[in-house]
Structures are given as C-alpha cells and as structure tokens.
Design a protein. Structure first.
Lengths: 233, 233
DNA sequence: GTCTATAGTCGGATAGAC
DNA sequence: GTCTATCCGACTATAGAC
C-alpha cells in the first residue's frame, strides 16, 4: 500500500474537483462563457486534465449534468419510495395523497431555496432557455419521474385522470408557484426588499405555498365532484 | 428633398436594425455568446456601426434592454390606465379589482405565450440568472410598476395590506403560475408531448390559470375575513 | 498520468481611407 | 457617416516532454 493515494484515487479526485468547479462556473457564467482555464484553476488542476478526463469542455458539461441528475435523484429518493408505495394501491387514499403533495412540495421548496442548490438550478434554468443534450438527460432521469409522481398524487386526491393534459397543467401551475421563487428570484428580492433568501424568508414562502396548495387542490376536487354530479344526473 | 432618406433617418434605421438583430441574437445565445459580427450581419450593417452608434457591445445590449422596457410599457399601458383609475378610489371596489386581476393575468399570459415575445422573455430570464444593469433598468421602469399594481389589485379584492410582504408573496406566487409556462417551457413541452405552444395550448393554459386565480383569491379573502372576525371577538 | 508550450481560431475594438 | 483592414487578447484543443 503506497502512502500517497493510488493513481486511480487521484484520478477520481481530479475528476470530482473538475466537476465541482464546472458546476460552479457553468452555473455562474453559462456553458459557453465559462472557460476551461478558469475551471481548471478553481479545481486546482491543469487545463489539460479536462481534455484528458472528459475529452472536451462539452464532455465536462455533460458530466456536470449527470452529477446534477444523481444529486436530485438521491435527494428525493426516500420520499419517492414512500410515494410509490402509496400509489401502488389503486385507488390511492385521497387524504394520504394530499399529505404527500404538501410534504413533497415543502421538500422541493426547501431544496430549491437552499444555497447549495442555487448553482444547480441555475444550470437547469439555462437549459430551459437553450436546451441541450444535458436537459434531456436530467429531464428523463429526474424531472419527468418527479413531475409524473406529483401529477399522480394530485390526481389521487382530486379524482382527476393522471394522464389528462389538464391534470398535468394543473400540477405544473402548482409547481410553478414554487419555481417562481427561484426562477424570478431577482424580482422577488427587489419587490420585498430582502437582501437574501435565508431560513426566515423560506419559512414565510413555505407557509404561503401551503395555503395555495390547499385552495387549489380543494378547488380542483370540488370542481371534479361537480363535473361527476352533472354526469350522473 | 433628397430621393434617398436623410442621413439622420438612415442612422435611425441602422440603429433600429441593430437593436432588432441584437434582441434576436442576445436572446438566443446570451449577451456574452452572441457576437458583434453576427449581429451586424443579421442587421445588414457593418460591424463598425455597432461601435459608432452604441459605443460597445454592452452599449447595444443596454439599448436592447431599453427597447424591451418600452415595449412592455407600451403593451400594458391601456390596461394600466384603467387600473390606476380604479385604484384611485380608496377603498377600491372589490369586484372590479377581481375583474381586473383576471383581465391583467389573461393579458400577461397572452403576451408571454406570444411567439413575438419569446426572445424578449428569454433576455429577462437570463437577467434573473445573471442580473446586470439591464435588469435594474427594466425592473424599475416596467416590472416593478406592474407587479405593484397587481399586488394592489389583490389587496383590493382580498382586504390584505398591499404593502405587507405576505401580500407581495401571495401575488408573486400567483404570477409564478403564469411564468412557469414560459420559464419552464421545455419541461411542460416534454411532459404534455406538445411540440409547440400555439393558440389551442394557450387557451387551455388560460382556462387553468383563471380557475387557480379564483381559488386562491377566494381562499385569501376567506382567510382574511376569518382573521378579522377573530380580531373582533 | 501529468504538465508546458503552442497551434489555430475567433472574439471585441480601432485606425484610417473614402 | 460608413467601410476595410487589422490589432491584440483570449479561447479550445493538442503535441510532446517528463
């Protein structure tokens, strides 16, 4: 056993540091504007290492995207396992669906307002503007499964068809309330006069989102009941 | 009178064409990635014209930002004049506030899903990620006044304090539902299977947003009435 | 595997002819 | 006012020493 880390371990560490630096700079400046020089410097690695380990700047960008997908996946897995167990029974218990809708959205909000995920969500925002291969990768592996489960929970509580476009849109609109606090972050900071989004601000945002969820879900459920009553008369 | 346009008119036309080309390419590729050469080519102008008329690439970018501010201002002015007339009376009529909330949000949605404003909103999205002087300019001139009026309408219907942070957040969350259809455009396209957001899609989105507005506003109003009842008991 | 040196390209900006 | 030619810096990527 050598005293210094094995070559493989050193390589793995170099890759990890380049991915971390890439996440930082790609999110801050965008994939085209961030330079390999600066990434290498921040990672404490040589410029040539990027090309040795990832083939190209774009290769590093895709590795960063995969890291993001893994991170989101891992952060939501415990909750999603419970949701899957609930949704395995059909029809799922409406009150439990409602509880998990709130729990999931609060968890997403916590994750999205966390400082450590700011760079991650900046890359996702950029990918919405200029979708590349990276968005497909992240969408397929994480966004779509999360979005789909959330839609099925909404359907489970309200009685809507989980595959209907309207149900998807209702769900997306609800998620949009949460997203707007990250994607229109600058607007909300200027309007409220906050200089940052810390724990007290997030607490307030979560309270407001929880109220909106209730109002929209109950509205949707009542509407659904009304439609079915009309259908049976 | 010369047959050819006067020098001033030619200069104005050159500036307008450079701004149009800048809007197109800055939105598509971002301020750093878009090149002066390509902008000049698309505008049918010489590269040197950018520096002659705007001093620098950044000068052109700020001129594009001012064009966007003017566009948003002009597009909303007729409605905002009516809203100002309504809000001049204190307290404003709640039912009229409600009508204008829906009217405004439908108008914003129409504007935001319009193909001609796609590039405009891409620049705004980018400015949320990497705020520059341009965002301050647009925010102060247009976003803040619109956001503030919308907040006052919500306050007018629900009885909330228009300057309370909670009211601003409730309003922002509601606007966020609409924004998410533009800012998370790629997600919604992949989830619904739409290949575009055309008139039929926008109609469906507007229906759904109108329902959510009703549910949230009535929830907020009932909540406010409950709080006041507790206060008086 | 890791680094230095450098090739090759393209960017913003300018000087100076017309 | 308008255009061409060009400077100069910075970028990605690679060749080749170690």
């Amino acid at each position: 056993m050598p005293l210094s880390p094995s070559p493989t371990a050193r390589g793995e560490q170099a890759k990890a540091q380049l991915i971390a630096a890439g996440l930082e700079l790609f999110s801050e400046k965008g994939a085209q504007t961030a330079t390999t020089r600066e990434i290498a410097r921040l990672a404490g690695q040589n410029i040539a290492a990027i090309f040795y380990y990832f083939g190209s700047k774009e290769g590093l960008y895709l590795a960063v995207a995969q890291w993001i997908a893994d991170f989101i996946q891992q952060a939501n897995q415990p909750l999603m396992v419970e949701v899957d167990a609930l949704l395995a029974h059909s029809p799922a218990d409406p009150e439990q669906c409602r509880a998990y809708i709130i729990k999931s959205l609060m968890s997403f909000t916590e994750l999205l307002t966390n400082k450590e995920t700011l760079n991650l969500s900046k890359i996702l925002s950029r990918e919405q503007l200029m979708p590349t291969e990276a968005y497909q990768l992240i969408h397929r592996q994480t966004i779509a499964p999360l979005h789909q489960r959330f839609t099925r929970l909404v359907a489970g509580y309200t009685g809507c068809d989980p595959s209907a476009t309207a149900t998807i849109l209702h769900t997306h609109a609800l998620l949009g309330e949460m997203l707007s606090f990250r994607m229109a972050r600058e607007t909300i900071l200027l309007r409220t006069g906050w200089d940052d989004m810390g724990p007290p601000q997030v607490t307030l945002i979560k309270q407001i989102l929880a109220q909106h969820i209730d109002w929209v879900l109950n509205g949707l459920r009542a509407d659904r009941a009304r439609v079915q009553a009309n259908h049976h008369e």
